[in-house]
Structures are given as structure tokens and as C-alpha cells.
Ligand binder design. Structure first.
Ligand SMILES: [Zn+2]
Length: 126
């Protein structure tokens, strides 16, 4: 798998493990065209898969935020109908919105979308 994509995926998978939500089976399958992107597939236990793609020309922080955003979408689909779907949960609004992947000072962070406040670097959720 492309190293840049793998590094970004590793960080987000750390957040999945530390928060105990379903983890995708990540398969190396570079489906996206173009030399400026790297891609893979996220498979679910039910046999469905979705693509994840990263823009290799983006900054490292942006790439991690891009991957975090796509993995978040996958996790929300997995939780749908079984559990609360607001992953990652906002510590200030635990019954409301999930956190949002963004960048601050050249780092990828999870942000409270209501207040715009960074809660945790991507890869360091508790
Ligand atoms: Zn919030």
C-alpha cells in the first residue's frame, strides 16, 4: 500500500481502537486513477466495501484529515441502527454532534463543530 496513505490510516485506526467502535478491514486496492492520489478499500463484516482516497499533493495534516473524514463516514454507517452514530463523540456535547476532522497549525485534529475548538489530535483519542 502507498506509504503516505498507510500512515494516515494508521493514525485513524488508532482512534477506532481506543474508542472501541467497529474497525474496517483495510485492503490494498489502488482503485483511484491519477498519480496524485492513493487509495484503498474499507470492507465491512457484512461484505460491503467503500473506497478511501488521499490526495498526495496535499499537506500531511490535510491528508490525515481527509482520511479521518472518510473513515468517520464508514464508522457512522457501521453504527447505524445498532448504536449512537456520533463518532467520535464530542466531550462537550456527548448527546449531539460527532467531532469533525480538520487541521490546526499543520496538524490533523478532531474539532467540536459547534465551537470550532480542537479536542484531540487525530490518532490520540481516548
Ligand atoms: Zn461539540
Amino acid at each position: 500500500m502507498n506509504e503516505v496513505l498507510e500512515q494516515a490510516l494508521d493514525l485513524v485506526l488508532r482512534d477506532i481502537r481506543s474508542t472501541g467502535v467497529p474497525e474496517p478491514d483495510v485492503r490494498d486496492d489502488d482503485w483511484a486513477d491519477g498519480e496524485h492520489s492513493a487509495s484503498a478499500f474499507l470492507w465491512s463484516r457484512d461484505g460491503s466495501g467503500v473506497g478511501v482516497r488521499v490526495d498526495l499533493a496535499a499537506s500531511e495534516a490535510d491528508r490525515v484529515a481527509q482520511v479521518a473524514d472518510q473513515i468517520q463516514e464508514w464508522v457512522i454507517q457501521e453504527l447505524w441502527g445498532h448504536a449512537a452514530t456520533n463518532w467520535p463523540r464530542c466531550p462537550d456535547h456527548p448527546d449531539g454532534h460527532p467531532l469533525q476532522a480538520s487541521t490546526r497549525d499543520r496538524s490533523a485534529v478532531w474539532v467540536c463543530p459547534a465551537e470550532g475548538i480542537p479536542v484531540s489530535p487525530v490518532g490520540s483519542l481516548r
